[in-house]
Design a protein around this ligand. Structure first.
Ligand SMILES: CCCCCCCCCCCCCCCCCCCCCCCC(=O)SCCNC(=O)CCNC(=O)[C@H](O)C(C)(C)COP(=O)(O)OP(=O)(O)OC[C@H]1O[C@@H](n2cnc3c(N)ncnc32)[C@H](O)[C@@H]1OP(=O)(O)O
Ligand SMILES: NC(=O)C1=CN([C@@H]2O[C@H](COP(=O)(O)OP(=O)(O)OC[C@H]3O[C@@H](n4cnc5c(N)ncnc54)[C@H](OP(=O)(O)O)[C@@H]3O)[C@@H](O)[C@H]2O)C=CC1
Length: 515
């Protein structure tokens, strides 16, 4: 039997961020491989008009959990949703709930975070730094705690190009940042944010780095480990390929490209696309939880969960395969036909933004106005281009992450554990993975029916004809304007027309002779 699966049986596990992309896959795997675990406590807040219980009910009844229900039919009884808001003092957890969490928890997985790149520094610090500090304080009062696993990001030190599995200190201590957020007003925070984040691109990567420092400083004598995944993508294998349920990372761009909104991007085709499937991250996380609790390494170990150094893929190859999949399985009701131009030049990129993105949006809005509808495409396009510009930093650079600890852990696992908790990214076939990813985006994220594929293909054919018609009309208008103004253009035009006429006359005469 798997030693890792056996370890979690009978355990009480606390997960933050369980309603998020990674948290859901983590819960699913835990229930499926260790159905005899005692309980999973999840810290949940009400959201979008749903109570905490309704949110849990929805997750357990989703397609992701179909297999779990077969192996663990009483999964509803083993999950305890604890009302909590990580933005508040003591997380707004009731006294009774807090008592139970402190006295029973064996393992903590801290996944909650704000992953928005454009979050205000105050909010990003609150969630990614202060909440981590508070959770560590809670953990230090848990007598039965065996391991605390903190999920960070491989990009927390993206200001460096070679990154080792160590903590890199930030110039200003996290404690000072936390304190200053309490008394500085928003305007001053806005002013100092660029200075604080320095050569990092956003508040997300900066606060995740501060979060790591907090973990390092507050670890006390707890068994702690940090996982640093790179860009987390759809599932590779488990519970089934291609599952994804949010727009983060490449998923949103895949949709924007498939729907024909985004046709060009400032990206370096040869730069390494360090994507990592979410089930791979979860397998490593569970293996690390086991190793940290059982082997109790002397210091806090950091594990890079990346693909670039073991099985690299680049953005060019990825974009090509995404487009190839759209040929076979197009998205429904596309705005334009999918295309992917990668350019590294800022001026070329601006040109394509004007011609390929903004102009079609303006023309479409004009058409909406003419037909008595409210124009909206320009607004959508501006927002998309703003969001894409935030991702550009990550698609124009390559990083090298060392993976000694991750490889060491792999070698420590039994063959059975290596199979059940596979995080060996060398076995990943990129072309197959990307195809499944695109299919997953269509099925699970957009909830499009596969039966609609013929109609989607027809729609793309119509778009192609409109494209040809539009270009021909544009050419003729431009040409007409040109020959009205230039004698030379007129001469060229008469030369071409007379040449064509002579050629056709010759062709007709020679074919009549043959008869
Ligand atoms: C030429 C074409 C190219 C394409 C070819 C095909 C693609 C092939 C791939 C090659 C292309 C390159 C891919 C690049 C990917 C690079 C990613 C790099 C990231 C690595 C960094 C580090 C990794 C991490 O550690 S962090 C995890 C990743 N985090 C993110 O990705 C966060 C990014 N997102 C944000 O920062 C924000 O969400 C933002 C700024 C993008 C959007 O903000 P905005 O204010 O515009 O929107 P909202 O008001 O927040 O929301 C609007 C609307 O959308 C809903 N929504 C928002 N986010 C999500 C979500 N994640 N899931 C589901 N729904 C979401 C939101 O609820 C709103 O809905 P309403 O109904 O309007 O309320
Ligand atoms: N996705 C990626 O590409 C990568 C992610 N990571 C890291 O992995 C971890 C998980 O990321 P991912 O699952 O993608 O992120 P998601 O945005 O999908 O999930 C974030 C989770 O945090 C919870 N959360 C946020 N704010 C609060 C709050 N105030 N109180 C309670 N819960 C809150 C969310 O709850 P709610 O549903 O209520 O909003 C949600 O469950 C994060 O630490 C992230 O930094 C690292 C590398 C890449």
């Amino acid at each position: 039997m798997s030693m890792i699966a056996a370890f979690y049986n009978g355990k009480s596990i606390l997960i933050t961020g369980a309603t998020g992309f990674m948290g859901k896959v983590l819960m699913e795997k835990l229930f499926r491989t260790s159905p005899d675990l005692k309980v999973i406590y999840i810290l949940v807040r009400p959201k979008a008009g749903q109570t905490t219980q309704q949110r849990v009910f929805q997750i357990l009844n989703s397609k992701l959990f179909e297999k779990v229900k077969e192996v663990c039919p009483n999964v509803h009884e083993k999950i305890r949703a604890v009302y909590a808001d990580l933005n508040q003092n003591d997380f707004a957890i009731s006294k009774e709930d807090m008592q139970e969490l402190l006295s029973c928890t064996n393992v903590v997985f801290h996944c909650a975070a704000t992953v928005r790149f454009d979050d205000h520094l105050r909010h990003a610090v609150q969630l990614n730094v202060t909440a981590t500090q508070q959770l560590l304080l809670m953990a230090s009062q848990m007598p039965k705690l065996e391991a605390f696993i903190h999920i960070s990001t491989a990009f927390s030190n993206c200001n460096l190009t070679h990154i080792d599995e160590v903590i890199y200190p930030c110039p200003v201590e996290p404690k000072q940042i936390i304190d200053s957020m309490e008394w500085l007003d928003d305007a001053i925070i806005d002013e100092i944010t660029p200075k604080l984040i320095g050569d990092r691109p956003n508040t997300y990567t900066y606060t995740k780095a501060l979060g790591e420092m907090v973990v390092h400083q507050e670890s006390g004598n707890m068994n702690i480990a940090i996982i640093r995944p790179s860009i987390v993508g759809a599932t590779w294998q488990e519970p089934f390929p291609g599952w994804v349920d949010n727009l983060n990372g490449p998923s949103g761009l895949i949709i924007a490209a498939g729907k024909g909104f985004l046709r060009s991007i400032r990206a370096t085709p040869m730069a390494v696309a360090d994507l990592i499937p979410v089930d791979t991250v979860v397998n490593l996380t569970l293996a690390v939880g086991w190793y940290t609790a059982v082997h109790r390494p002397k210091s806090t170990l950091i594990y890079h969960c990346t693909s670039g150094n073991l099985n690299p893929c680049n953005w060019g190859k990825m974009g090509f395969q995404v487009l190839a999949t759209f040929e076979k399985v197009p998205l429904e009701r596309a705005f334009r036909r999918p295309n992917a131009d990668f350019t590294t030049n800022t001026i070329t990129s601006q040109y394509w933004n004007a011609v390929s993105h903004r102009a079609p949006a303006i023309i479409y809005d004009f058409y909406l106005r003419l037909t008595g509808r409210k124009p909206r495409m320009t607004k959508v396009m501006n927002r998309l281009l703003r969001n894409v510009s935030m991702l550009e930093y990550f698609v124009n650079r390559s990083w090298e992450w060392s993976t000694y600890n991750t490889e060491m852990l792999m070698s420590e696992l039994s063959p059975e554990d290596q199979r059940v908790f596979n995080f060996d990214v060398r076995q990943l076939n990129w072309l197959e993975y990307i195809e499944n990813y695109v299919l997953g985006v269509k099925k699970y994220l957009l909830k499009e029916d596969m039966a609609g594929i013929p109609e989607a293909k027809q729609h793309l054919k119509r778009l192609r004809n409109i494209h040809y018609l539009f270009n021909t009309a544009l050419f003729l208008i431009a040409w007409r304007l040109l020959i009205a103004r230039s004698q030379m253009a007129r001469n060229v035009w008469f030369f071409i027309v007379s040449f064509c006429y002579k050629f056709l006359s010759y062709f007709r005469a020679s074919s009549t002779l043959k008869v």
